[in-house]
Design a protein around this ligand. Structure first.
Ligand code: HEM
Ligand code: 2DC
Length: 469
């Protein structure tokens, strides 16, 4: 017999008291650990309410499958109110990230063709490969200058630049020049704004941004400054391409980039294009760079695995004879490593959907309209889901284990990450070039954990030593 919704275990009766306890546990930075703890306490399903934000949380892949089957025609995630409040406040359009319903769907279908379809993916490879080559050349130069034949450093700032250069080259078909010695201070400001934007979003998940705006709270003002910086820089890049395109309309054979393709296609309004290109540019920096940083950290901790990956890359290189599209088809273990990184160190602590029909999970009835969250971080570390979850084992993604609703780092279905193919290609090419050029080591043993700043980040700097091969 199916149990009613109100019997789902958890703390959902007093949102304000729960918010207070959450704050006492430093929950704004510990969300992932609190979720893990709640699954331990309540089991594979629990209901919660923190502040005004209420959800049912699940952890099993089989339950995730039920939820995604009930996501309907217009899948909807948790609305990040801080992001919509900023756009409402500044009178800017929502892009594909924030739109919902029919408008989301029609925009998303057009964007899919230019951003995530297999047809365009091949266009990205030479652009991203060039950035990867420039990145390792830049590291070689730094190592030479150090005079020590190695370099020990926190790579995060370098990786932010690599990620922004990569996503920009795909979006605009042009280089920003971030792999050069002297970089545009505006670009550096853009990078800092994205980090600040994420950080200031986290508390506003639980405290309504419009309330914070009315009382003139610093977190809201910082958030506005951060988005202003992001939009100003994106506007400059977009204007630049727009002007070029009007002066010499697309005649060359060269792939012109996502933005120019969308403008020439002429199916979305300029305002819609601008809104989504800005989101793509902002979404393309911290996500891939942090995932790459975690991957290098894991490779430094597992030197034998690192050699195995290097060997795979070397034979892929030999077999593909310089054709990078072919080469990318021959590196399953490198791809497994990236999946393994996202399992243990996901960017998104959870996936969420408002379900559009009633469902039954763990024998509880859940009515249509409920916000259901899949605890992605908790799932990745659950021994019932992954064999020996504490071990970093890229080969588990090759065959041995079932993958049914387990590889969800980019989300699922028609609402999954729009930047997924860009991110994957960019990260695979990065690892190819790094493995071909450097041995990565860890100067000393430091256990690094995650901290929640809307996305999950390393809680302390990750120091790595790079040695040319
Ligand atoms: C959405 C993860 C990189 C742009 C998402 C979602 C996840 C995610 C989990 C929500 C999906 C869902 O609800 O099912 C990641 C990870 C990345 C990454 C792990 C890299 C390691 C990127 C990049 C871009 C990007 C590079 C831009 C080029 C977006 C956009 C959405 C999104 C625009 C919203 C799509 C929509 O609502 O239709 N991402 N992302 N992401 N991501 Fe990413
Ligand atoms: C954060 O409880 C925790 O890909 C919340 O590239 C639920 C939640 C909702 C939406 C998620 C967010 C979490 C984490 C960051 C995500 C976001 C959707 C898209 C965004 C996963 C899990 C991200 C990083 C995008 C951001 C693009 C944007 C800045 C323009």
């Amino acid at each position: 017999i199916v149990r009613p919704f109100r019997e789902i275990p958890g703390l959902w009766k007093n949102g304000v008291a729960n918010l207070y306890n959450f704050w006492k546990l430093d929950g704004f930075r510990n969300l992932h650990r609190i979720m893990l703890h709640n699954f331990k306490t309540f089991g594979p399903i629990y209901r919660e309410k923190i502040g005004y934000y209420e959800s049912v949380n699940i952890i099993n892949p089989e339950d995730a499958a039920i939820v995604f089957k009930a996501e309907g025609h217009y899948p909807k995630r948790l609305n990040v109110e801080a992001w919509t409040a900023y756009r409402d406040y500044r009178n800017r359009k929502y892009g594909v990230l924030l739109k919902n319903g029919e408008e989301w769907r029609s925009n998303r279908i057009i964007l899919n063709k230019e951003v995530i379809s297999p047809k365009v993916q091949e266009n990205f490879v030479p652009l991203l490969d060039e950035v990867g080559q420039d990145f390792v050349a830049r590291l070689h130069k730094k190592i030479k200058r150090s005079g020590q034949n190695k370099w020990t450093t926190d790579l995060s700032q370098e990786l932010f630049k690599y990620a922004l250069e990569s996503v920009s080259s795909v979006l605009y078909g042009e280089r920003l020049g971030l792999m050069l010695d002297y970089i545009d201070p505006e670009a550096q400001h853009f990078i800092d704004c994205i980090t600040l934007m994420f950080k200031t979003t986290a508390p506003m998940l639980y405290i309504p941004p419009n309330l914070l705006r009315q009382i003139g709270a610093k977190v809201w003002r910082d958030h506005v400054d951060a988005w202003d910086g992001i939009f100003n820089q994106a506007d400059r890049c977009i204007q630049n391409i727009y002007r070029q395109l009007r002066q010499e309309p697309g005649t060359t054979m060269k792939y012109p980039g996502v933005l120019a393709s969308l403008l020439m296609l002429d199916k979305l309004s300029i305002e819609d294009i601008k809104a989504s290109i800005t989101e793509l540019m902002a979404g393309g920096v911290d996500t891939t760079s942090i995932t790459l940083l975690w991957t290098l950290y894991e490779l430094a901790r597992h030197p034998n695995l690192q050699e195995e990956l290097r060997a795979e890359v070397a034979s892929a290189r030999a077999e593909s004879q310089g054709d990078m599209v072919e080469m990318l088809k021959r590196i399953p273990l490198v791809k497994g490593a990236l999946k393994e990184t996202l399992r243990l160190h996901p960017v998104a602590v959870s996936l969420q959907r408002y379900i559009t029909e009633d469902i039954i999970i763990q024998n509880y009835h859940i009515p249509a309209g409920t916000l259901v969250q899949l605890g992605l971080y908790a799932m990745g570390r659950d021994p019932k889901v992954f064999f020996r979850p504490e071990q970093y084992q890229p080969s588990r993604w090759l065959r041995t284990e079932t993958h049914y609703f387990r590889g969800l780092g980019f989300g699922f279905g028609p609402r999954q990450c729009l930047g997924r193919r860009i991110a994957e290609t960019e990260m695979q090419l990065f690892l190819i070039h790094m493995l071909e050029n450097f041995r990565v080591e860890k100067p000393r043993h430091v256990e690094v954990q995650s901290t929640f700043e809307l996305i999950l980040l390393p809680d302390k700097p990750i120091m790595l030593t790079l040695k040319p091969l």
